[in-house]
Design a protein around this ligand. Structure first.
Ligand code: SAH
Ligand code: SF4
Ligand code: F3S
Length: 480
């Protein structure tokens, strides 16, 4: 790989640094110069997003910008003039999927020599990955990172008109840029970013390096967005941040996330969700607000990661398992019908059988409605990746299988409690499997497939649960 003039390449050292500087919040910076307005006219784009909701939300901004440039969407890579992969770096298997895809997409050049390949998202922020991509996949035309997605029109201009290979990745976050174009994936529920980045630096995690430091949006900007979503007919918003509990700390905002939640509830939108909450700074004020407002959904994603306090300490999670249990009990006591999901990592370096048993024990204790379980994946540049590890991979796989078995059992048990109950469901649309069946989610985030009377997407309907499965409920709509 030969670095070209004008390139900005990712730099791991720079990504590790945190400054005290407050990130400026900028309005009205996104403009489309005349020469860019028809850049995509008559052309099609294929966008594929991997990873978390923050990345999904970025995907909506990317799609919004591309359509402003005149591009039309396509689901077929063979029809596309531009293929954009919005990537995730959280585990090696996420990266491998993208690298495989990049390799297999190359063949499209044979039938369409003008097709453009672009890569963005968290993998673009990784120094080693970008070096590999530039060496092995020289067919790629454009690489840009998570901090400059709003430069897409200009970057595409350089690729399409100046015919350059462009790499523009900044390793330090810039401004909070407001009012970017957006093409939302649904017309009844929406993602709303409340903050970007993460400062927790859990020792296994790449996100603080790929997303930069914690930067909050102004409360009035978030509330204005929710109000305009209400006007547009939206019924549900999900407030997004790597750790939403930290909302407002960088702005020295009084009241923090609890205040934002309360103000969001007061807008009157029928449903508010939020993700993710770190167990460390989940405040009593937050529990109180969630309990008091009917339109804040009783569903909490509370990643535990491990059931062993020593492992939690090495992970840099800032809580002991006793503190996690206390928090869980407190929320349960105040919000009895609350549903919980969690994230769990097995096979962290040197995890002993006894430590793993403690993870099984916390699952027994909390009986989660759902759990996302992962085998630990070393991420270059993180402290955990430097630790020696005495746990063979087969043992990690066996632990994951054992864990999944109990996770599934409790998921089913929690669902069985819904038998014959009448629940409120926000209708998403027709079930993928059966055109006579509608689907949607309960307040507690349970997927329900139901036969309908007269449901429309975006309605909140009452459904009687007739059958409970591990990952979904079946039911029939009932009238008031
Ligand atoms: N900010 C969120 C989620 C971040 S990533 C939070 O703190 O909860 C989502 C999940 O991926 C994490 O909760 C963790 O369980 C998992 N994860 C992150 N890094 C990982 C790694 N290196 N190996 C395996 N799983 C990982
Ligand atoms: Fe990663 Fe921890 Fe931040 Fe979550 S809180 S994004 S796990 S560093
Ligand atoms: Fe993946 Fe980046 Fe999200 S690493 S989980 S897409 S913040």
């Amino acid at each position: 790989m030969k670095k070209q003039p004008g390139w900005a390449l990712p730099d791991l050292k720079a990504a590790q640094v945190r400054t005290n500087r407050q990130s400026p919040i900028r309005h009205e910076v996104f403009t489309l110069p005349e020469q860019l307005r028809r850049l995509g006219a008559g052309k099609k784009y294929y966008l594929r997003t991997y990873g978390c909701q923050a990345n999904e939300r970025d995907g909506e901004t990317l799609a919004g910008m591309l359509e402003l440039l005149g591009f039309a969407p396509t689901q077929e890579t063979a029809d596309a003039d531009l293929i954009l992969l919005n990537t995730c770096a959280v585990r090696k298997n996420a990266e491998d999927k993208v690298l495989g895809e990049l390799g297999s997409l190359k063949r499209l050049r044979k039938t369409n020599p003008d097709v453009l390949f672009a890569l963005c998202g968290c993998m673009a922020q990784e120094e080693a990955i970008v070096t590999t991509i530039l060496e092995k996949f020289s067919h790629i035309n454009l690489i840009f990172g998570t901090h400059n997605i709003h430069h897409l029109p200009d970057l595409l201009y350089r690729v399409m008109v100046d015919h350059k290979q462009v790499v523009e990745v900044y390793s330090q976050e810039g401004e909070v840029v407001e009012e970017l174009p957006v093409k939302r994936f649904a017309s009844h529920k929406a993602w709303v970013n409340i903050m970007y980045g993460c400062d927790k630096f859990c020792t296994y995690c790449i996100v603080p390096y790929t997303r930069g430091k914690e930067r909050s949006r102004a409360m009035e900007d978030i509330l204005a967005e929710i109000r305009s979503l209400i006007q547009a007919g939206y019924k549900e918003v999900t407030l997004l941040g790597q750790n939403v509990n930290s909302y407002g700390k960088d702005l020295h905002l009084e009241g923090g996330f609890a205040k934002l939640l309360e103000e969001s509830a007061k807008t009157g939108i029928p449903r508010i969700r939020f993700t993710t909450s770190h167990p460390w700074d989940f405040s009593d004020a937050m529990i109180d607000v969630i309990a008091r407002y009917d339109n804040i959904m009783p569903f909490i994603h509370l990643p535990v990661q491990s059931g062993d306090s020593d492992i939690l300490k090495i992970m840099g999670r800032r809580y002991t398992i006793e503190q996690y249990r206390e928090l869980y009990d407190k929320i349960r006591a105040r919000i009895p019908d609350c549903a919980f999901s969690t994230d769990i990592i097995v096979g962290f370096p040197n995890e002993s059988e006894g430590q793993f048993e403690k993870t099984m024990a916390i699952v027994d204790y909390c009986q989660f409605d759902n759990a996302y379980t992962f085998i630990y994946s070393p991420r270059e540049g993180t402290p955990a990746a430097m630790m020696t590890d005495n746990v063979p991979f087969e043992v990690k796989q066996q632990r994951l299988a054992r864990l999944n078995e109990v996770v599934n059992r409790y998921a089913r048990l929690r669902n069985e409690a819904y038998q014959d109950r009448i629940v409120k469901v926000l209708v998403d649309g027709v079930s993928k499997k059966n055109p006579h069946v509608y689907s949607g989610y309960t307040e507690t985030n349970k997927l329900v497939n139901f036969t309908n009377i007269n449901a429309q997407i975006g309605d909140i309907v009452k459904v009687r649960i007739t059958e409970c499965k591990t990952w979904s409920l079946d039911g029939e709509q009932v009238m008031d």
